[in-house]
Design a protein around this ligand. Structure first.
Ligand code: SF4
Length: 138
């Protein structure tokens, strides 16, 4: 099957700190599946490394207080287009990210507290009928 995957889980250094979160369970899926990588934040035009961001009332703000909602929405739309163009069967995104998180995200206070919610890209993919899980579900 075809799976859309967060690029950082595949080992790309696209996280805000300029590192990755390579996940061996995700990589092992490449044996029997076609993995298609995407980083919604980079696709939205944000630089790497970048100031970390969190969601507050549906908008995304960087730790320095910059409203980066437009970049997050642009990246989410590109991720959706990739999912649709490739007719992916599943999406495996990075847990807790303000773009890729699914079910749980940080609460917007940059204190490490978590709340129920989805990242901006995950939300758009779910609304368009795609199944989204995180590496924690594997
Ligand atoms: Fe990884 Fe998604 Fe963040 Fe990109 S936007 S670094 S793919 S969690």
């Amino acid at each position: 099957m075809k799976i859309l995957v967060s690029n950082c889980l595949l080992g790309c250094n696209c996280r805000y700190k300029g590192d990755n979160c390579k996940n061996e369970k995700v990589l092992a899926l490449a044996k029997d599946n076609e993995l298609i990588g995407v980083c919604p934040e980079e696709e939205g035009g944000l630089p790497t490394p970048r100031d970390p961001s969190e969601i507050v009332n549906g908008r995304v703000f960087s730790r320095l207080g910059k409203d980066v909602t437009a970049e997050y929405v642009k990246g989410a739309k590109i991720a959706l287009k990739m999912a649709q163009a490739n007719k992916v069967n599943l999406v495996i995104f990075k847990a807790k990210s303000p773009s890729c998180g699914c079910g749980t995200i940080y609460d917007g206070t940059f204190t490490g507290n978590k709340i129920q919610g989805n990242g901006i890209a995950t939300d758009l993919l779910l609304k368009n009928g795609f199944k989204v899980i995180t590496e924690d579900d594997l």
